[in-house]
Structures are given as structure tokens and as C-alpha cells.
Design a protein around this ligand. Structure first.
Ligand code: PEP
Ligand code: MG
Length: 889
């Protein structure tokens, strides 16, 4: 038979699914022998049955009646008994905490008759009428649907009439009058009387709490917090205890350690002569919990003892709500408390030292997201003004600088020592120098995998992208916010890349000691607890993880930094970033060359530059693998903009001048190479197959750099990776060319150069034919950015701004698949490729170098999918190390 109601003595903390967090923990405290007012829980199962069936589930009210009788027997009085009423609280309590989102009704059992009894036994008429007033108000709004402001207005009118400001100055007579007014309001609005029957009050309050699961507030909250909609809430019914019975009573909240810093000690607030709701509502000023020692030493010592019991039992920081009723301490709630990232790391280390948890448990309680928050400077949020705009939090951290509207201006001002924020509609590779020079990048368009976001994350630079509320005008050199505020070039703004917000002026910054430690390797012996705690957590993670962690880096500086952060090699060196700036002209020449000689000249000029790039990176990563990817993006990205050229030519013609022949030639070439969908066009391995000499130049540069390093006594470990392969034939042909050049250089130099040749798996066809492709590939690396784009058919550059917010709202996905790997779809392709690749080539080394390589949830997936390594931007390496460790637990 289904059972819907459980006494506190029958439950425990592991029953939160059925009894809700609050109910389960009350049951646990009861079992621990702590002073909990007796009560019972109506289960989430009853709630689900009620919400789906639309009626009270069969047998529930009988069960409630039975438990009520037991409660009454224990108390020696009846619910609402006129001369000495037992009163109850009815509270919501879901599996996951949803603070303030659902309903509560207190003082159930009061009526016109029992209020008089309560006045007599409590010795306070005012207290009795105030309790009745609270019940009628809460019941009226929560259960009977009366607009709460009607009650508040009535109270305000009465206070005005009496000339008092504080509720405390209304006397018993006033409150009795207010009860009558409230009852009239209820009758007026609903046409029904406030129910005098205590059991009817109880029954209706329970159902109202059930219904509040589907209230608008609760539904919105669940969507934001990714809490499933079908869990339902439990209802905790408990004997009321009163903290508002005089100066020897009161209510408080307490933490077993400081939830902000993790420091051990007693933290909390206390309010004398008040109910718990008054503490939370902040109507009156609380005192620090330590003052309780003076006010009520006996209760204080008991509370300390109870808190120690709870922390030892839960083996974690607990937060507690308690009430003292006439000198008697009651525990009303506990749970494992929420905490900041700093406190999470510090407490995990302390509890390990105290022997309460093992190092593995300690690691399991931490999170990469938390670590990421600790790694960047933060704004002191108490000091930021109202945000100018919000966008996507694309790259975390906080930065302040003068708004500038193009790359050149950013560079110019930065060179003059000014801190700047580069503001663009969206960025292109041309903006790279400006991005390097700026403290932060702000764009009005583009998603979390837009150019701005990916590049900024790679550089560890603060970025907010897709701030659509902004109109960026690069010509007038200003942006305008939705409310019409204009920010001209040179005006200082603050960008919060962790929250996705932009503030006016310079918000005060708090530096990150954790980042300093990770960057410089300071051991943090005498550093604050959190630095040491992070270092210990990472050491433990490194000891247990199976996944290796590599970096996506394409400069010697990034490579060196990545190594300091603990990278075990480079998983992706994107060579296209080496073709910008001055070298762009050479690339242009190579593309436009009319004959072999001209092309060879351009390639010859590029060769030594590339060789030095690689030599620098191989030196920084000496002894560790460095995967260098052959050129990937569409070639026209290296040519000038088509419209700009056309305008230049047309202007010259309009003036009767002869257009620059170089411009005409360029326009011709750009026109020839134009593609409607360049991301699906001439890029990746296709480039290598159709642009003569390109692959040979790049491979020669790699091989010669290897020789140079070997001759210098180094231990270079270059690996060559071919992008965007869809068919094994593509790889076979390209690989022949690679090996031909490697052999050539070995022959010329007398130094044997051998580099493994592998491929990226970033097209569904590559994943589905991985067995075949593995015959030609010595390693795989999943390019999950492109693989997500091509599996879903979402353009990685456009979709997030275009419709992702609607998709998130409709719950089609909970996070962008470009951020967290879509396990069901893209993940399935990954698994197929891993299985078939390794079946064809046992021991095949497999990694991932898409953005997902640094995403906590995705790292867990790659661990279970059996990958050998993840590769991510340097600043995410500590996060990936931590999560790879957690995945292995
Ligand atoms: C990828 O597609 O996941 C990848 C790493 O390559 P890119 O982002 O350079 O296309
Ligand atoms: Mg790619």
C-alpha cells in the first residue's frame, strides 16, 4: 500500500527525495537526539499524486489524522484546543533547496475561541492576538488567494491611525481589531469565511503548499537552477515553538564555520523576542550570535554542543535555524550549508586535516567552476553601480579600462600606458592586436564560441560578448545603452566577465591570490588558507587522475604559462594565428601567385618565420608533446574585405581615376574565392590538398625546428595534426606529403625527424568512419567545436545570439552544447569513434581540443569515454586538472 505520511522518528537524511531536504534533516536531528519539536512529513509522492490527479490522494487525510493524533497525544492537548491550543507550522520542503519559492503557513490551530486560550496559557494577550493575526494573513494570501498587499495596507492604516511606526507598538486590542479587518477582507474578496476548524485549516494549508510547487516563482527558479519539474515538494507539519514570548525567547541562524571564508568558529545572528521569520526578513536588527553567550549562557552552550554534533555527523559545514522558547532551545532546521568557493576549498582542507573526511571525499566536494571563480580578480560587488548592460559571461574575471572602438586605438592607448576595453560589434582575426592590448573585450554580437569569446578565453582575458542591449557605433566611436546612456571613446567602464555585466566607471577590484600562486608557483606556505587549500586539492587531483591535461597554445609565452599551470604538453597549436599581422601580406601573395615562382617566393619567405614560431614553442614545452595543426581556416580570411575593395575601386572610377591595379586583382581573387558557407568550404585538409606547397612549407618548418632543437640539446616532441578530415583518402594523401617532407629534411640534415601524424575528428563522417581513418592516423583529437556545429547543424558563430536564449527558455537544452558537450548526440559520435578507432589500431592515443576540453561536466564525460587527454586554454588547465581528478574518484 502507498504510504504518504512519515513521522520525524521514521525518517533520515538519505530520504530527501521522499521527505524533502527540510523533512529529512529534521528526521535526522530527531534520531540524533537533538531537541526538535515533534512533527511529521507529508511526502513528495503525495504531492505528485495530488498534482497529477488534481485531487487529494486516496488515504492521505486518514494518514494525516493518525499522525496528528499521535502528535496530540504526545503534547497532551489537541490541535486548536480552546483552553490550551496545540499549534502547528506547515512548511514546504523540496528535494533541492528552493528558498522562499513556495508557501508556508504558521500558527495553524488558532481560531476565535483558541486565541483566548493561548492568551491565558502564554500569559500574553498581545502575543496571542499577534499570532492569530499572522495566521489569518498567511492563510488568507497563501491558501485563499487574497492579494497580500490588502493586509499590509490595512496594517499600515492602523499604524498611521495609532501614530506608531513599529508593529511592536500595536497592542493586543489593536491586533484583535486587525484580525477582524483581515477576516472582512477575506470575506469581501473570496465570498468565504476564514475557516474556524483547525483540521480544515491544516488540510487546506497542506494542499496550498502542494499547489505552490507549480507557482510561477517556483517554476522560474527551477528552470534557472536546472531542477526537474516533476519532483514535487514535501510538506513538513511540526509543533510550533515561539521565540516571541518575551525577553527570555528568541530566534537565530547559525553556521558551524564561516560560509564566506571557511574559517572555523561560530557565525550567525540572533534576535531576541522574535520568530525565525523576523530574523530572515531583517525587520529588526539582529545581534551577533556570540552575544547569546551573555543573554542566555545555558542555551548558548547547548547550541554549541549541538552544532558540534551536527558537524561531526554530517562531516561538513552545517547551517542551522533555532528558536529559544522561554529559555528552552529548539532546533528547527539544519542542512549542509551553502558557501563561497573560497570557503569550499578551505573547509575541505580543514575537514581532511581534522580526519573527518578522506582526501578523496575532500576532492569530490570541490568544483572546477569554484576554482575558476577563485582564479580571477573580482569586483567588490558592494561598490558597483547599476549595470550599463548585460551580455554572455564569455571569459571570467573583472577588468577596468577606457572604452575604445578599434584595434589600432587599443594598441595606441595601451602603448601609452592606458588601460582599455576593446568594444566591438564582433571581433575578427584583425582585432587580435587590440585584444592583446586591452584589459577586456566587449561585443554586442556573438555567442560564447564567437571569435571574441574563444580568443579571449585563450588569452585569459576578460570578455563579455553578445551584449545586445548595446548599440556599438565604431564610426562615431561610442556605444549607446538601451536607456539611452551614451559612452564615448575614452570613458572608463568596468567589465565583469564572470557575471556578464558592464558597469560605468572604475569599480574597485579584489586581486586573486590563487592565480598568483598558480602562475608563479609560490608554495603558499604562509599564504592565506585558500591558496594552500587549492594547491593541496590540485596535488591530490594530479595523483588520482587518469586523463592527461594539455594546453591549446600557439605562442611560446602561452606555452610557458600553460606549463606553469601544469600542462603536460600542447594538444592544439593553431597555426593560423601565426599568419596574421605583417605576414598576412605574404599569405596574400601566396594565394594570388600566378605562377610557381611567385608562390615559391611567398612560401620561402614564410618558412623561416614559421620555423622560429615552432622552435620557440618546442623549447617552451621541451620534453612534452606538442601537437601542431596544419592550416585550417578558409583562405579568404587572409584576404581583404570584398565590399571595402569594391567601394575603393568604384570611388576611384567615379572620380575618373584609374583604380589601383592591385585592388582590381585582389577583388578578382576575393570574388573567385568567395563562399556562401566558408565554414563548410575550402578549409581544413581541403586547403592542404588544393593549395600547392602549403603543407610542404608548414611541415618543413616543423621538421627544421625539430632539428634545430635537437642540435641545441633539446628534446622536441612535435606531432602533426590534419584538420577537418571526413574521409580516410584525404588523410592518406596528405600524410604521404607530410612523410615525404619529413624524410627530405631528415636526409638533408642528417638528423632523423619522425613525428606522429594524426587527425582531428570534427565531422560526423570522420567519427562514423573512424575505424578506416585510424588506419592512417597515429592519434585522434576531437575538435568538438566543429563536431558540435556539424552534428547539430548550428553555426558556432551565429546561433547563440540568434536563438539560444529561446532554446534555453523552452528547456530544449539546459546549457549551450558549445559549452557543455551534448552527451547524447555529439557524445555518441565520440564514443563510436573511440571504439572503432581503437578496434582498428589498439592503443590509439585520443584527446580532445575543442572548448569542451576545459568544461567541468565535459571533462567527466571524456574520462568515462576513455580519452587519454583533454586540451584547453592555459587558464583552464587547473580547472581541467581538478575535474579530471574528480572524474577518476
Ligand atoms: C574544434 O573544432 O573543436 C577545434 C578545436 O578547432 P577550431 O576551433 O580551431 O575550429
Ligand atoms: Mg575545428
Amino acid at each position: 500500500m502507498v504510504r504518504y505520511v512519515y513521522d520525524f522518528t521514521e525518517g533520515g537524511r538519505d530520504m530527501a527525495g521522499l521527505l524533502g531536504g527540510k523533512g529529512a534533516n529534521l528526521a535526522e536531528m530527531t534520531r540524533l537526539g537533538l531537541p526538535v519539536p515533534p512533527g511529521f512529513v507529508v511526502s513528495t509522492e503525495a504531492c505528485r499524486a495530488f498534482l497529477t490527479g488534481g485531487a487529494e490522494p486516496e488515504g492521505m487525510s486518514r494518514e494525516i489524522a493518525r499522525h496528528l493524533t499521535a502528535l496530540e497525544d504526545g503534547a497532551g492537548r489537541l490541535l486548536g484546543q480552546p483552553d490550551d491550543p496545540l499549534l502547528l507550522s506547515v512548511r514546504s520542503g523540496a528535494r533541492f533547496s528552493m528558498p522562499g519559492m513556495m508557501e508556508t503557513v504558521l500558527d495553524i490551530g488558532l481560531s476565535d475561541a483558541s486565541v483566548l486560550g493561548l492568551a491565558k496559557v502564554s500569559g500574553s494577550e498581545r502575543f496571542a492576538w499577534d499570532s492569530y493575526r499572522r495566521l489569518v494573513q498567511m492563510f488568507g494570501s497563501t491558501v485563499m488567494g487574497v492579494d497580500g498587499t490588502l493586509f499590509e495596507n490595512a496594517m499600515a492604516r492602523l499604524k498611521e491611525l495609532r501614530g506608531v511606526r513599529d508593529d511592536l507598538h500595536l497592542d493586543a486590542g489593536d491586533l484583535a481589531e486587525l484580525v477582524e479587518t483581515y477576516k472582512d477582507i477575506i470575506l469581501d474578496v473570496t465570498g468565504a469565511h476564514f475557516p474556524q476548524s483547525p483540521t480544515e485549516q491544516l488540510r487546506r494549508a497542506v494542499l496550498a503548499v502542494f499547489r505552490s510547487w507549480n507557482g510561477e516563482r517556483a517554476r522560474l527558479y527551477r528552470r534557472r537552477e536546472h531542477i526537474p519539474d516533476d519532483l514535487g515538494t514535501a510538506v513538513t507539519v511540526q509543533r510550533m515553538v515561539f521565540g516571541n514570548l518575551g525577553p527570555d525567547s528568541g530566534s537565530g541562524v547559525a553556521f558551524t564555520r564561516d560560509p564566506a571564508t571557511g574559517r572555523p568558529g561560530l557565525y550567525g545572528d540572533y534576535l531576541s523576542n522574535a520568530q525565525g521569520e523576523d530574523v530572515v526578513a531583517g525587520i529588526r536588527n539582529t545581534v551577533p550570535l556570540t552575544d547569546l553567550e551573555r543573554l542566555d549562557p545555558v542555551s548558548y552552550r547547548q547550541l554549541l554542543a549541538h552544532m558540534r554534533i551536527l558537524e561531526n555527523h554530517y562531516r561538513d559545514l552545517c547551517d542551522i535555524e533555532f528558536t529559544i522558547e522561554r529559555g528552552r532551545l529548539w532546533m528547527l532546521q539544519t542542512r549542509v550549508g551553502k558557501r563561497t568557493a573560497e570557503a569550499a576549498f578551505t573547509i575541505a582542507a580543514q575537514l581532511t586535516d581534522e580526519g573527518l573526511i578522506t582526501p578523496d571525499e575532500s576532492l569530490a566536494r570541490l568544483s572546477g567552476d569554484g576554482l575558476a571563480r577563485l582564479m580571477f580578480p573580482r569586483f567588490d560587488t558592494s561598490a558597483t553601480g547599476r549595470a550599463l548592460a548585460h551580455g554572455l559571461p564569455a571569459s571570467p574575471g573583472a577588468a577596468v579600462g577606457a572604452a575604445v572602438f578599434d584595434s589600432a586605438e587599443a594598441v595606441r592607448r595601451a602603448e601609452a600606458g592606458e588601460q582599455v576595453v576593446l568594444v566591438r560589434q564582433e571581433t575578427t582575426p584583425d582585432d587580435l592586436p587590440g585584444m592583446v592590448a586591452a584589459q577586456a573585450v566587449l561585443t554586442s554580437r556573438g555567442g560564447k564560441t564567437s571569435h571574441a569569446a574563444v580568443v579571449a578565453r585563450g588569452m585569459g582575458k576578460v570578455c563579455v560578448c553578445g551584449a545586445e542591449e548595446l548599440t556599438v557605433d565604431p564610426v562615431a566611436r561610442r556605444f549607446t545603452t538601451r536607456d539611452g546612456t551614451v559612452v564615448e571613446e575614452g570613458i572608463v567602464i568596468s567589465v565583469d566577465g564572470s557575471a556578464g555585466a558592464v558597469y560605468p566607471g572604475a569599480a574597485p577590484l579584489v586581486d586573486s591570490a590563487v592565480m598568483r600562486h598558480l602562475e608563479t608557483g609560490e608554495q603558499g606556505e604562509d599564504a592565506p588558507g585558500v591558496v594552500d587549500a587549492v594547491a593541496r586539492a590540485l596535488r591530490h587531483a594530479d595523483g588520482v587522475r587518469r586523463l592527461q591535461v594539455r594546453a591549446n597554445a600557439d605562442t611560446p609565452e602561452d606555452a610557458a604559462r600553460a606549463r606553469r599551470f601544469g600542462a603536460q604538453g600542447i594538444g592544439l597549436c593553431r597555426t593560423e594565428h601565426m599568419f596574421l599581422g605583417e605576414r598576412r601580406k605574404l599569405v596574400e601573395q601566396m594565394i594570388l601567385a600566378h605562377d610557381e615562382t611567385a608562390r615559391a617566393q611567398a612560401l620561402d619567405a614564410l618558412l623561416p618565420l614559421q620555423r622560429e614560431d615552432f622552435a620557440g614553442i618546442l623549447a617552451a614545452m621541451d620534453g612534452l608533446p606538442v601537437t601542431i595543426r596544419l592550416l585550417d581556416p578558409p583562405l579568404h580570411e587572409f584576404l581583404p574585405d570584398r565590399t571595402g575593395l569594391a567601394v575603393r575601386i568604384a570611388t576611384a572610377e567615379a572620380r575618373g581615376e584609374r583604380p589601383d591595379p592591385h585592388d582590381t586583382e585582389l577583388l578578382d581573387a576575393v570574388g573567385r574565392m568567395h563562399e556562401e558557407n566558408p565554414m563548410l568550404g575550402l578549409r581544413g585538409v581541403r586547403l592542404g590538398l588544393v593549395v600547392p606547397g602549403l603543407v610542404a612549407m608548414q611541415v618543413r618548418a616543423i621538421a627544421e625546428a625539430v632539428v634545430q632543437r635537437i642540435r641545441a640539446g633539446g628534446s622536441p616532441k612535435a606531432e602533426i595534426m590534419v584538420p577537418l578530415v571526413g574521409a580516410v583518402e584525404e588523410l592518406r594523401i596528405e600524410r604521404e606529403e607530410v612523410e615525404r617532407v619529413l624524410a627530405e629534411v631528415s636526409e638533408e640534415t642528417g638528423v632523423a625527424v619522425s613525428c606522429p601524424v594524426g587527425t582531428m575528428i570534427e565531422l560526423p563522417r570522420a567519427a562514423l568512419t573512424a575505424g578506416k581513418i585510424a588506419e592512417q592516423a597515429e592519434f585522434f583529437s576531437f575538435g568538438t567545436n566543429d563536431l558540435t556545429q556539424t552534428t547539430w547543424g548550428f553555426s558556432r558563430d551565429d546561433v547563440e545570439a540568434a536563438f539560444f536564449s529561446a532554446y534555453l527558455d523552452k528547456g530544449i537544452f539546459a546549457t549551450s552544447p558549445f559549452e557543455t558537450l551534448d552527451r547524447d548526440g555529439v557524445g555518441r559520435l565520440v564514443r563510436i569513434a573511440v571504439d572503432e578507432g581503437r578496434a582498428a589500431r589498439p592503443g590509439l592515443k585520443i584527446g580532445v581540443c575543442g572548448e569542451h576540453g576545459g568544461d567541468p561536466d565535459s571533462v567527466h564525460f571524456f574520462h568515462t569515454a576513455g580519452l587519454d587527454y583533454v586540451s584547453c586554454s592555459p587558464f583552464r588547465i587547473p580547472v581541467a586538472r581538478l575535474e579530471a581528478g574528480r572524474a577518476a574518484l
